[in-house]
Write a protein that binds this ligand. Structure first.
Ligand code: LMR
Length: 337
């Protein structure tokens, strides 16, 4: 870039910005981990009134960090101001799960919040705004958002399962004593909940540019079909028990990964997991937000097609779809629609 023209800043909304995930993700974004080292940004931080002083503190600390890429910070409790002209919306805010609560318990509180945010984003965000829902129940919150913001293209509404995807990569790397960067193409199917199905049938380990199937390298097949799966499914609950709070830095990091790959593309030969509106691929009913393997290129994603699905996987994929259909019904009943 001979003229060294600076790119236009991208406006990124973070809701729940005064919370733990918000506090972890804001500096990651401002450092360029999400949009690349030459992409300036303006952060729009939204939180609720009781959190307004800590929100102001986050803004102060962001200023004090003198991040070169950070061109401005708007900290507000006004949802319209927060949503105006944003190009990316990372929705973290919501009623969060406490120890002993199931994800379903937080549902009714969150669907109301997501219905309201749907119309704010629909009316005030930039036309091509891309949305990532992090707050639980993430898939169902994303679905509510889609239903109540019908003019937002459905391919722009996604939810986070990259955290589960990364957890699966980490478990495999640990088991095989290989660097996490050498493991690829795990799949998280379904809901970001304990019914998710972490699938290793197509996963590979690349060493010296030779790809070898994980199934061949892990000799303990029992581990793959039991412990590995429950470990990934239950990891969020394990962190919650240990921290007395939900995962924050790993969730923030996964959200950065999700947006980065969506905008800048997935590396060649690699896919990632994203919760997206089902188009009926792999027999998953349309009308659900479901996690699929996707490849991304310059701001668009497509579901990887043609992967073989064995009987064991089929059952688990369907179980999670069933749970999502139940969540959807529950969400609607709590909205009285
Ligand atoms: C996680 O996966 O860590 C969280 O989604 C867990 C939770 O439900 O708070």
């Amino acid at each position: 870039n001979l003229l060294n023209i600076e790119k236009e800043p991208i406006r990124v909304l973070i809701t729940g910005a005064a919370g733990n995930i918000g506090y972890a993700i804001a500096p990651m974004i401002a450092r360029g981990y999400m949009l690349g080292p030459d992409q300036p940004m303006i952060l729009h931080l939204l939180d609720i009134e009781p959190a307004s002083t800590s929100l102001e503190a986050v803004k102060m600390e962001l200023q004090d960090s003198a991040f070169p890429l950070l061109k401005g910070v708007i900290a507000t409790t006004n949802v319209v101001e927060a949503c105006t002209d944003v190009n990316i919306a990372i929705l973290i805010g919501g009623f969060s799960r406490k120890v002993g609560m199931e994800r379903k318990d937080v549902m009714s509180k969150n669907v109301v919040i997501y219905k309201a945010q749907a119309s704010a984003l629909e009316n005030y965000a930039a036309e091509d705004c891309k949305i990532l829902v992090v707050a639980n129940p993430a898939n169902t919150n994303a679905l509510i958002l889609k239903e109540f913001a019908p003019s937002i293209p459905e391919e722009n509404i996604t939810c986070l399962t990259r955290l589960d995807h990364n957890r699966a990569l980490a478990q495999l790397a640990d088991k095989l004593s290989v660097p996490v960067t050498s493991v690829k193409n795990v799949i998280i199917w379904g809901n970001h909940s304990s019914t998710q199905y972490p699938d290793i049938n197509h996963a590979k380990v690349s060493t010296k540019s030779v790809d070898r199937p994980v199934k061949e390298l892990v000799t303990d097949h029992n581990w793959l079909t039991s412990e590995f799966i429950t470990e990934v499914q239950q990891r969020g609950a394990a962190v919650l028990r240990a921290r007395k709070q939900s995962s924050a830095l790993s969730a923030a990091s996964a959200a950065c990964d999700h947006i980065r790959d969506w905008f800048l593309g997935t590396p060649k030969g690699t896919w990632v997991s994203m919760g997206v509106c089902s188009d009926g691929s792999y027999g998953i009913p349309p009308g659900l937000v479901y996690s699929f393997p996707v490849i991304c290129d310059k701001g668009s994603w497509k579901i990887v097609q043609g992967l073989s699905v064995d009987e064991f996987s089929r059952e688990k994929m369907d179980d999670s779809a069933r749970e999502l259909a139940e969540e959807k019904a529950l969400a609607y009943s709590s909205l009285n629609v």
